[in-house]
Design a protein around this ligand. Sequence first.
Ligand code: ADP
Length: 640
Amino acid sequence: MIGERINMNKYETLKKYFGYDSFREGQETLIDAILSDRDVLGIMPTGAGKSICYQVPALLLPGITLVISPLISLMKDQVQSLNQAGIHAAYINSSLTESQISKALQYAAAGRYKIIYVAPERLETYGFLEFAKQVEISMLTVDEAHCISQWGQDFRPSYLKIVEFIKQLKKRPILSAFTATATENVKDDILCILGLHNPEVLVTGFDRKNLYFAVETPRKKDDFVINYVKEHEAESGVIYCATRKNVDALYEKLAANGVAVTKYHAGLDNEERKQNQEDFIYDKYPVMIATNAFGMGIDKSNVRYVIHYNMPQSLENYYQEAGRAGRDGEAAECILLYSAQDVMINRFLIDNKEQNQEFTEDELAAIRERDEERLRAMNYYCLTRNCLREYILRYFGEFGMGECENCSNCKKEFEYIDVTEAAVKIISCVEEMRGRYGINVVAGTLLGSDRAKLREYGVSVYSSYGSLKEMSEAGIKQIIHQMLIENLLFVTKDKYALLKVMDKAEEVVKGIRTVILKEPKKDPIKEKANVAKERGTATSKKASSVKGRISDILNSRGLDLFECLRKLRMEIAKEESVPPYIVFSDKTLADMCVKLPFSREEMLQVNGVGENKFTRYGERFIKEIENFTGGVREKLYFGE
Ligand code: ADP
């Protein structure tokens, strides 16, 4: 098989092996470049479909494609998926015994595999190098290419060995590199260190359109989670908590409520962690409660929601963790449950972070400042009334559409309240206090609070004391936050976070500029929707619900069939010892419910059914559909 080109074009390859009809944004550009012998760098967000960009050309190029990948679990997942699709692939890493490795290399040398995944450490071993020198390597793909950069968080020194390795090959292969990390420094490092020749560099947006973003502030987070999880019973989800203690407590509650849930944190022993992770991946327990220790290398594509029980420390962390939802490109929800206490928990975590001994005092102070800054940006995300997606994209240096219509703020109805008068009083209070206090003291002073701390500071001498006493403290803080977002005020970056006035605030004092608060409308209908949301069961279309969830596509009978097909998928997954999503994705099952295929030709029209998958399972699914419908075509979905 190796050494000859497959007589198919890229579209036929995509359809036959992967069952897809068209390429997604960016895929074709990169594939075309590779097929015309050019190096490429693809920077695309998680779930965009980077794998297809090298897997399709790998099948069309004459020799072997070597894929360098940092994570054993990812390699296993990819190889299982490829094998299921009828593509000969293997991985070589430290999870195999020496004799398994030499057998794999023997098969590889005999041309058995078109795609081989290896860990970077493997490249310098004698056996592997000998093998690589003998065979024809058409392409070398560097997955998670940001690991080569010291600027990134995941720098892996062993990635630098790739360069040496390439030099030792008899012919330089085409190089293709992929990552989801988009910063300029990392990009430049990849291009420069890997030495890409005249590469096609493609950067697609950072936006994950299929994800719905929401910030909720339920009175009881536990009740919200329990109700949400029960409402989404058939779905797989991850719930992140800030501490192990929270994980354990929430786990107990959900388990006691009959939820099929498992947990993961650094306090569990290795064996238990591994087992729990497997149980989640194989959908034995579709709900995972975890600290941020969970997730590296988790490629479960059918995670339908990620709930953050606590606010994370930065948007970088949040976007990475929330981004584990909807990797299959299907609609999924990312919900952050906010309470002001989360800021305190995070500040405590930052204060008690284990510090690298090699840093100097100055460096530690700079790190601390950066952490504080990130925490503040995260906090503003929870407070903003504007489009959440836009906020995230701007933070990462991009611009969205302004209003995405797929986040909790865009779905809410707001009214606009002029708070200029209060803003002027806030400015004069901060000026009067000469910027010596933080938000809590300023808000308490304006309120005229008699708290012990305020008495101790003697704030009652200020003329601003009690000047906003008709308002609530939360209301005052909300205006302050709005003024921070508008850069009328700022807080110092040190841990005291002192509130100061910006020059621009002068415009407000002079009456040239107004300060407007955007408040969720309080009408009876809306209130009802909020109560429902509090219970985790949003009923109003406007109030929640992402576009394109399976329950929005299929009617109740359609959902029944979907359930039957899910059961069959689980049965097959068990027989084959692979996770269910590797057999077929949820999207593919939903498409079966829409198209109701009764024949091979019809089944091959279903999104995600390639020829090999059809040969393996097609008939079983057709039979299930026939049993359910009695062979009579009916409409099991909404819309046209
Ligand atoms: P990434 O590596 O960029 O995070 P993956 O390669 O894992 O993303 O792809 C995410 C999902 O999208 C997978 O389930 C994959 O099969 C699917 N996918 C990729 N390309 C296409 C396509 N052209 N049409 C439909 N689905 C696709």
